[in-house]
Design a protein around this ligand. Structure first.
Ligand code: HEM
Length: 689
């Protein structure tokens, strides 16, 4: 019997229990618990049906299943189109349950991020549901492969062959993305099924989130004129929606400790809700004109989602006002009732969303052929004014900047409220670092970086050197450790400490490993085919930008970061490490300046920007920038290192003086470090004579 016999047991605050092994308890309580579970299963089934109904109506009214016969072309089989639309709904539901339950197991209840400490019973149960949902998700994605293939190529299902299917997976983005989701969702299922600890649950959650990503780079958003903005927006949209709906689902099926989990979920849901709203609108206006919101079937489905979102917001507010306090007080009834309605609403939103993703948006005339490649029309000849004013926001990096700056300032405010101080220049450095990232990725530089190698190299240097230097000098880890509240049972602060002390962070923060990662981003990216891949695929471009930032931040964290590190380095070693990196940077720059072959020539010749006369000359200019740009950060690094070194010497000096004073006060000159040192020098002198 699994340790819950009466209704009150369900609200026990005790999170310390491990994996359940037995049971027992008063019969009536057991019946009540069983009835409660039965009602919740019914509510989940009802929500699923409500979503299905919404999906069917939207698929029909939205025109996604209307098959138009085009003379000379075979028409899609309506049954296949319906199957594709409904499978998308099943896919989205399994996704939200998998993402929601694995995240809940890793984060909703306190627990030590220690591989030796087992999960609580409730977290373990979430993982079981997460494993089942991930497995179902992988299966649905697998079944969707032949159906999507048949739907895309207007064939009956019986016309799908294995070689055909294989070429769909190997050669077509949609097929490849679904194939990746099958693998990642399958891996999430295995990880969730085998996990008994918080690190294990966290791995399952990361795999589940990763499984949601590949199809984002292949849908409507990836093929329209604004695809960079639309895809970034959709990425945030799907992750926020999956967490918002999936987290509520996990909370609703929870048998134990709903109060603690509800508190953590609702804190995060307060961010997920506006994220879903804003990103949904961003995706919509990036995909089609705003007026299409009411003028097209595609738009009307999105409008219905907006209505659902508005009602969802009101329910969320009601939760905060009424049901969550009741749950904290031990009564779950009000919460269950409201959550059941909210789950049905979420399922309806997912039903609408899945049909929206297969409903053709209004056709759009692309201004020029490059727009499909770049996500924007070919830019005019480069000028400083256009660099500064012709913005094309990177939704992901702007959102990251907003979130990172917001959390940093919240941390500083918390310290201040506690009466602790935090140096103002650190906050300025943090904001400065993120400003460099936004200016580099979202101003005209973002656009010209796609068509000019030299402009791209300015981006590379700013993201790989300048921004990381400013960010690491802001000591974000120290601020987090000071601002986050300690939680004996295990919370964000303890998870950060566990991550800092993990074997993984101790490995990658080894100075030579950090240097290696830093330099590979230079040589591997440009002297293999990787750069062309990164320029052609939006995922590749995001990966490249994030890698530059992460590799630079790791390297400069090791060299000049004031934060505590698993392996502190001596100052001479830091100076040496940095000089080695400068040498390799210079070699890289000179190699480009002397280069005679065009890097990513397929890309630059395809976009064929009319006002770039000599691509090789532009590449050589990029080499000059790589070589020259290093000078600025080098100056900062040397000044900072000398300053840090001097201060640490001062601190050491003060420490030795204090020891000398204590030794003098206690009458133990042998403890006086200065005396000891002088004695050592005297002994050396003796030996020489
Ligand atoms: C209750 C709130 C919402 C939820 C749970 C939600 C959920 C989702 C999900 C899961 C997808 C991905 C569908 C798929 O590819 O299978 C999606 C796509 C999308 N959502 Fe939402 N959404 C919500 C609200 C909104 C709002 C308010 C808007 C904008 C008005 C919006 C606009 C979009 C657009 C444009 C897409 C892309 C569809 C496509 O591929 O063409 N969503 N949404």
């Amino acid at each position: 019997m699994l340790g819950y016999v009466t209704a009150s047991t369900e609200t026990s605050q005790n999170t310390a229990d491990t994996i359940p092994v037995g049971g027992g308890g008063p019969r009536s309580g057991l019946r009540a618990a069983k009835r409660g579970r039965g009602l919740r299963v019914l509510a989940v089934a009802a929500a699923g049906l409500a979503g299905l109904l919404a999906a069917v109506i939207a698929l029909d009214l939205g025109g996604a299943v209307d098959v138009e016969a085009v003379p000379g072309l075979s028409a899609a089989d309506p049954a296949v189109t319906w199957a594709a639309g409904l499978l998308k709904y099943a896919y989205d539901l399994a996704m939200l349950a998998a993402v929601g339950c694995t995240i809940a197991a890793a984060c909703f209840l306190p627990g030590r991020a220690d591989a030796r400490v087992r999960l609580s019973a409730q977290s373990w149960r979430w993982l079981r549901v997460g494993a089942a949902a991930s497995g179902l998700w992988a299966a649905v994605a697998l079944v969707s492969l032949p159906v999507d293939f048949a739907n895309t190529f207007a064939r009956p299902l019986s016309g799908v062959t294995l070689p055909g299917l294989w070429s769909y997976i190997a050669q077509y983005e949609q097929g490849r993305a679904l194939g990746l989701t099958v693998l990642l969702a399958g891996a999430a299922a295995v990880a969730a099924a085998r996990a008994f600890t918080i690190p294990g649950a966290a791995l399952a959650a990361v795999l589940a989130l990763a499984a949601a990503v590949p199809p984002v780079f292949t849908g409507h958003s990836a093929s329209n004129g604004n695809h960079q903005i639309a895809v970034d927006g959709l990425l945030i949209h799907i992750v926020a929606a999956a967490f918002w709906a999936g987290g509520l689902f996990a909370l609703f099926i929870a048998r134990k400790d709903p109060a603690v989990a509800a508190r953590r979920y609702s804190a995060a849901a307060a961010f997920a809700y506006p994220a879903v709203a804003a990103s949904g609108l961003i995706v919509f206006v990036a995909n089609v004109a705003f007026s299409d919101l009411w003028a097209s079937a595609y738009g009307r489905i999105a409008l219905a989602k907006l209505a659902v979102l508005a009602v969802g917001g009101v329910l969320g507010w009601a939760h905060r006002r009424r049901t969550l306090p009741a749950v904290a007080a031990g009564s779950r009834r009000a919460f269950n009732q409201l959550a059941a309605v909210e789950l049905a609403l979420m399922a309806v939103a997912f039903g609408l969303a899945s049909s929206l993703s297969v409903t053709p948006p209004p056709a759009e005339e692309l201004p020029d052929p490059n727009t499909a490649l770049l996500g924007f029309p070919t830019p005019e000849p480069i000028t400083l004014a256009r660099l500064l004013t012709d913005w094309y926001p990177s939704v992901l990096f702007c959102t990251a900047a907003l979130a990172a700056t917001g959390f940093y300032i919240a941390g500083v405010v918390r310290l201040r409220r506690r009466g602790d101080t935090w140096a103002w220049y650190r906050t300025a450095l943090w904001i400065g670092g993120w400003a460099v990232i936004v200016l580099t990725t979202s101003t005209g530089l973002g656009k010209y970086g796609m068509v000019l190698f030299s402009a791209h190299m300015v981006q590379h240097m700013a993201l790989n050197m300048l921004a990381p230097i400013l960010l690491v000098l802001a000591a974000p880890v120290t601020l987090a450790l000071r601002a986050l509240k300690p939680d004996r049972a295990g919370g964000p602060r303890e998870w950060l400490l566990a991550a800092l002390h993990s074997k993984w962070s101790s490995f990658i923060s080894r100075p030579l490993i950090a240097l290696l990662i830093y330099l590979t981003s230079l040589y591997l990216m440009y002297f293999t085919g990787m750069f062309e891949w990164a320029m052609r695929s939006h995922f590749g471009h995001l990966f490249m930008t994030a890698h530059f930032l992460a590799a630079g931040s790791l390297f400069f964290w090791v060299v000049i970061g004031p934060d505590p590190k698993p392996r502190p380095l001596s100052y001479p070693a830091k100076v040496l490490l940095y000089f080695v990196s400068i040498v390799f940077h210079a070699i890289f720059g000179v190699t480009l300046m002397m280069g005679t072959t065009l890097i990513a020539d397929g890309w630059y010749t395809q976009i064929a920007v009319p006002w770039v006369a000599d691509l090789l000359a532009d590449q050589r200019a990029g080499g000059g920038i790589a070589w020259g740009f290093g000078e600025i950060p080098s100056l900062i690094i040397i000044v900072v290192l000398i300053g840090q070194w001097a201060r640490s010497e001062e601190r050491e000096g003060r420490r030795l003086d204090r020891m000398a004073e204590r030794a003098a006060a206690s009458g133990h000159p042998e403890d006086d470090p200065h005396e000891v040192y002088n004695a050592y020098l005297a002994s050396l002198d003796q030996e020489r004579r």
